[in-house]
Design a protein around this ligand. Structure first.
Ligand code: FAD
Length: 480
């Protein structure tokens, strides 16, 4: 398995196809370091006793021990371990671990390439298995580029004024395909070794050209990453783990990119629209199952901050505080429970990959998304206004006049040192008032699909008629 140093070395050797606010940069740009530190945790955890049995798995194709972030789930236990690994590891990075997008896309592809191969006789699954072997051997970090620009939301891909607003195949060649388009909001693309592309939505028969899926290295010819990196504000006196991590979001542009056949998992040929749609839904499903690990983790972190700040302020045992903490616990554990239920109710696809139960994945993700801003509101409520008005470090740690005065007036409970109060509020300020805090909040709502997408998935599968029948029975309605 790879080390974090080997991962970074690989990235540093890639071509500088990243654009940040007018500059073209390589992966050694300091603004990307925080996100690499986040991903590094997935390599470092392999040697951490806390993650023993969680972070490694046995490859079903080679029998080798591999990082679970490259594993294709073969059992209920695999799904449960992925969920637990995600919940636990996110505690160390203070939020998103960035590696689930890649493994979620690979699991979805394991199923769709098998179906597509059996129905089209194109060797999609054989190619996928070959690619998977390398992926696992190299302990690859991948991102998933699913979300198209989408243009006018009321129109389908083939109805858009500009057909490139959804990524599509513009040329089929003997040795591969040429694709054109872009993908928005792609987390971690600038710090990923590979970009996996999938369609974003259900497709109709007019839309075969949009049924395209492939993987390319992040610095492939014709691929441009327009990158927005968010990092915590620099700390001078109060370094802390949460301050070392970052987030990186990317617009990925595919400017007439040639993809050789061995990297094409769905080629946009006639009749392939159905596979494109299934792949879009299946990636979203795996990703929503991953959310049942990372979102309870986010709530654990917000709960911890909420309880600690209440303790420092001397209000932890107050009734309204206890009630708010119980609310946070309920969200974390219900979302977590939905992931466990999704694993126990999972089905095994013909190709051997476990598919978590869609109903439980979607209700869990919906519950998490609906509550994220509410959880932040709880933290803001219990913290008071100081996260927004906290004096800067150089004033607080000034040794002449201002520092000692600030240290006197920040005091809450007498036995809590002023510096600890400052450290906590500095971190709360990062969570509630920073650029990266804002990015994470929007991700809490839209990551894995807008809330309406979960509603659609839930309503499509739920048997509401049987509930109406119960209502009729109970109300004594028998004449219809
Ligand atoms: C921080 C962050 C990280 C992300 N990471 C990734 C990633 O790694 N990979 C990836 O592929 N994607 C990623 N996403 C994208 C995410 O899945 C999308 O943001 C989400 O699917 C919503 O799409 P959108 O942003 O285009 O918003 P829109 O689709 O424009 O949604 C805006 C509103 O319009 C509504 N709407 C849209 N279309 C319709 C319609 N036809 N009918 C009725 N209402 C409609 C939506 O319900 C929503 O209320 C990320 C997003 C964020 C914010």
């Amino acid at each position: 398995m790879k080390t974090s140093e080997e991962y970074k070395e690989h990235l540093y050797k890639m071509k500088p196809n990243i654009y940040i606010n007018g500059e073209q940069v390589g992966r050694d740009d300091s603004r990307l370091a925080g996100s690499m530190t986040t991903i590094s945790r997935t390599f470092e955890s392999v040697n951490d006793p806390e993650f023993k049995d969680l972070i490694t798995a046995t490859s079903h194709i080679t029998g080798d021990t591999i990082n679970r972030f490259t594993h294709i789930h073969q059992s209920v236990e695999d799904l449960l371990k992925k969920q637990d690994m995600t919940r636990q590891i996110c505690h160390y990075t203070g939020g998103c671990i960035f590696r689930c997008m890649g493994v979620d896309a690979m699991n979805a592809l394991s199923i769709i390439t098998a179906r597509a191969e059996s129905m089209t006789e194109r060797p999609y699954h054989q190619r996928f298995l070959k690619y998977l072997k390398e992926w696992q051997t190299n302990d690859t970090v991948g991102c998933c580029a699913q979300t198209d620009p989408k243009g006018d939301r009321s129109l389908r891909p083939h109805q858009q004024a500009d057909p490139d607003l959804y990524l599509r195949v513009i040329e089929h060649r003997e040795d591969g395909i040429v694709v054109r388009g872009a993908k928005h909001h792609i987390t971690a693309a600038a710090v990923a070794e590979e970009i996996i592309v999938t369609p974003t939505r259900f497709l109709t028969p007019e839309e075969d050209e949009y049924a395209v899926s492939f993987a390319v290295p992040g610095d492939w010819d014709g691929v441009y990453l327009v990158t927005r990196a968010s990092n915590m504000k620099q700390r001078e006196n109060v370094p802390c783990p949460a301050g070392t991590f970052g987030d990186v979001e990317n617009t990925v542009i595919f400017d007439d990119v040639f993809v050789p056949n061995e990297r094409v998992f769905l080629g946009g040929y006639e009749g392939e629209h159905q596979f494109g749609g299934w792949l879009a839904l299946l990636f979203a499903l795996y990703h929503r199952h991953s959310y049942t690990g990372c979102k309870p983790s986010s709530t654990d972190i917000l709960l911890g901050y909420s309880a600690l700040v209440s303790e420092y302020n001397g209000i932890e045992d107050k009734k309204h505080v206890q009630s708010k903490l119980a609310d946070l616990i309920s969200v974390a554990e219900l979302v977590y429970a939905s992931g466990i239920a999704a694993a126990y109710k999972a089905t095994k696809d013909e190709c051997g990959t476990m598919i978590p139960d869609p109903m439980f994945c979607n209700v869990g993700r919906k519950h998490a998304g609906k509550n994220y801003y509410h959880e932040l509101e709880t933290l803001a409520d219990l913290s008071g206004g100081l996260p927004a008005t906290l004096p800067f470090e150089r004033d607080f740690f000034d040794e002449e006049k201002i520092g000692p005065l600030l240290q006197k007036y920040i005091k809450r409970k007498a036995d809590i040192p002023a510096e600890n109060v400052y450290k906590l509020y500095r971190t709360l300020s990062d969570v509630l008032c920073s650029s990266i805090g804002g990015v994470i909040s929007v991700a809490g709502v839209h990551g894995g699909g807008s809330p309406v997408m979960e509603d659609i998935a839930i309503l499509k599968q739920y048997d509401i008629d049987s509930r109406k029948a119960i209502a009729k029975y109970l109300a004594g309605i028998t004449d219809e």
